[in-house]
Design a protein around this ligand. Structure first.
Ligand code: SF4
Length: 313
């Protein structure tokens, strides 16, 4: 019998011992950002390749103390007028809907975020008050953590709350869970997303074509009537190659997902080894421009905290 997504979450590799046993090596060490790897993602890693692009994303390395790398590189806290809500752009707000992720990406910009007291449902009265007074806000973004680590019932409840703010027309969901545990796309979730009166945009987080399984492509088919986008992080030794990025773009397109953003690394402490220089990123991006058509070219951006994301090229 197939595992449910909850069983997949519970059965994840959760520490260095689990990983060293699974991958039959001794490269994993527990660090400040705990290891978490669903078996579905681990299975997509080539155990014989020490430089596998998926393996490198989950392999912790000792944090260095490097100038410019800080605990909160996008300054979320400075843009949180109410607990559980981040308001950086005039027309949209980000709601912290979960403190949990299905996988721990070792370059995560929010790995030091203080999730305590920041669950938006626990702060709904204040958030509702804040949103009601600002009719220019037309989009709510569910982020975290990862909103798809919540139960279908909770997601349904969240949608009801957002629908009750009449000037919010669009719901955006940022998720990596769907690709690392494809069984997360349940029938109940599909029904909820297809029935809401909100316009739904799902932004997946996929960095490499190797992450995209047949199961994922198949399971998201009933969501094709929604807007499906992808954002990646530009990561040294993972996807710093125009051909690899082009392959990802084409694979996404086959799944009816359009490449949206490729983010330069947010300089969070511990992620130093993933940094690509601006110069190198521009070179790779220019080559990518010559390979893929414009509609398969993600925008190269840097999040500088506040104001709009800055286009780099
Ligand atoms: S899924 Fe996103 S929020 Fe979660 S660890 Fe990875 S990068 Fe961070």
């Amino acid at each position: 019998m197939n595992k449910t997504w909850n069983e997949s979450v519970r059965g994840s590799l959760k520490n260095a011992n689990d990983c060293n046993d699974y991958f039959d090596n001794d490269r994993f060490q527990d660090g400040s950002f705990p290891i978490k790897v669903p078996i579905e993602f681990a299975k997509r890693i080539d155990k014989s390749n020490p430089l596998d692009p998926l393996l490198l994303q989950i392999l912790p390395e000792e944090a260095q103390s490097t100038k410019g790398f800080i605990d909160s590189p996008v300054y979320d806290e400075e843009f949180s007028p109410v607990k559980g809500l981040i308001h950086k752009y005039p027309t949209r707000v980000l709601l912290i809907s979960s403190s949990v992720c299905a996988i721990h990406c070792q370059y995560c910009f929010r790995q030091n975020f203080d999730y305590d007291d920041n669950d938006f449902l626990n702060n709904w009265a204040d958030i509702e008050n804040y949103l009601s007074k600002r009719t220019e806000i037309n989009e709510a973004i569910l982020s975290g953590g990862d909103p798809l680590t919540l139960s279908d019932k909770k997601i349904s409840k969240i949608l009801e709350k957002i629908e009750s703010i009449r000037h919010i027309k669009t719901l955006r969901i940022h998720t990596r869970t769907a690709v690392v545990i494809p069984s997360r796309i349940t029938e109940e979730l599909i029904a909820t997303l297809n029935q809401t009166k909100l316009k739904v945009v799902i932004v997946f987080h996929i960095n490499h074509a190797q992450e995209v399984s047949d199961e994922f492509v198949n399971n998201i088919k009933p969501l094709r009537n929604l807007t499906l986008l992808n954002q990646s992080v530009f990561l040294k030794d993972v996807n710093d190659d125009a051909k690899a990025l082009a392959e990802l773009s084409y694979k996404l397109f086959e799944a009816s997902i359009l490449p949206y953003y490729i983010h330069l690394l947010d300089k969070v402490t511990g992620a130093e080894r993933f940094l690509i220089s601006d110069n190198q990123a521009n070179k790779i991006y220019t080559t990518l421009q010559n390979i893929v058509p414009g509609y398969l070219l993600p925008k190269l951006v840097r999040d500088e905290g506040g104001e709009s994301k800055r286009l780099v090229i």
